[in-house]
Write a protein that binds this ligand. Structure first.
Ligand code: ATP
Ligand code: MG
Length: 295
């Protein structure tokens, strides 16, 4: 009886999503599904699992393999870094930037070197991203030797394997510890949701449902619910600062001449707005996380 209504999605009757098995994208991918209200059975140490409350089957894979699996239709959708996706040159549709796994593919040189014009010309560059690096060199009319290695790229200059590296950087602390400094960005990356290009109508319908949930979660994470008290004669000033989703909610306080104002505030403008609200006479400001946001 279970799953009968989903029988036309995928082979097992469910939408199939590929996510990283272990590594930097694993936790955030699982949290995202959870925030979307998708409960997974017994996640750890498995090749695949499924959800009982959403027609979803989850495959745990190496991130390098995800673009191909989605292109081939072994998985319908996948979560993978843009860096891996572009390196693998697979034909899939990017349907949403997920806002985690942020990093950049960057060129780094010995920190004591001066980065002069044409510095890269003729250099030996170590990387795990030969395709992206080659494209960058071509676009910038640089001729350099690419030395492909599969990991620990940052140690290459130290052991005399290369002069320059092209590697993923987020905080820059690994570069710093290895006596390197970043000089160019090859690609800005983050995790994205990708989709197979030949999904049928039923599969697309469930991808849309998943996407709707993901977007609601992303919006909620970017926004806070704010409650404050203000004297009535200051309300118009406060409304200007807090437009809210449509307009703020206003409730009278038991104390005459005061109101409670409720609204939604984006994370980006949060601190600036709080200062302005205080200056406008707001008191007792409470800020609460939002779980989902449907507009
Ligand atoms: P796998 O075993 O799945 O192949 P991996 O070792 O290739 O894993 P991870 O190091 O877990 O990959 O990184 C996965 C992805 O996380 C990267 O491809 C990139 O998109 C993203 N990422 C974010 N920040 C960083 C960073 N500082 N260094 C490396 N990857 C990062
Ligand atoms: Mg990998």
């Amino acid at each position: 009886m279970k799953n009968n209504h989903y029988s036309s999605i995928g082979e097992g009757g469910k939408l199939r999503i590929a996510i990283q098995k272990t590594g930097r994208l694993y936790d955030d991918s699982i949290v995202l599904l959870k925030e979307c209200g998708i409960e997974l059975r017994n996640v750890k140490d498995r090749l695949k699992t499924e959800s009982d409350n959403f027609p979803l089957e989850v495959f745990f894979l190496r991130d390098d393999d995800i673009p191909q699996y989605v292109e081939d239709g072994v998985a319908d959708v996948g979560i993978v870094g843009l860096n891996v996706l572009h390196e693998k040159c697979r034909e899939v549709d990017i349907i949403e930037e997920l806002g985690f796994g942020k990093c950049r593919l960057a060129l780094a040189i010995n920190k004591n070197d001066e980065y002069v014009a044409n510095y890269l010309q003729g250099k030996k560059i170590a990387t795990s991203y030969p395709v992206l690096l080659q494209k960058y060199l071509h676009e910038n009319k640089i001729t350099a030797e690419i030395h492909e290695i599969s990991g620990s790229v940052e140690i290459a200059p130290g052991i005399g394997l290369a002069d320059v590296i092209c590697d993923l950087v987020s905080s820059g602390s690994t570069l710093f510890m290895n006596g390197l400094k970043e000089v160019e960005t090859v690609l800005e990356s983050q995790a994205v949701l990708v989709r197979n290009k030949q999904l049928n109508e039923e599969q697309l319908k469930w991808v849309e449902k998943l996407l709707f949930r993901i977007r609601s979660v992303k919006k909620a994470n970017r926004n806070k619910y704010i409650l404050l008290n203000a004297p009535n004669d200051q309300l118009s000033k406060i409304f200007q600062l807090l437009p809210g989703m449509r307009s703020p909610t206003v409730l009278p306080l038991a104390e005459e001449g005061w109101s409670s104002v409720h609204s939604v505030l984006s994370e980006d403008e949060f601190w600036e707005k709080i200062e302005q609200l205080k200056a406008a006479g707001a008191q007792g400001i409470l800020v609460v996380p939002i779980e989902k946001m449907i507009i």
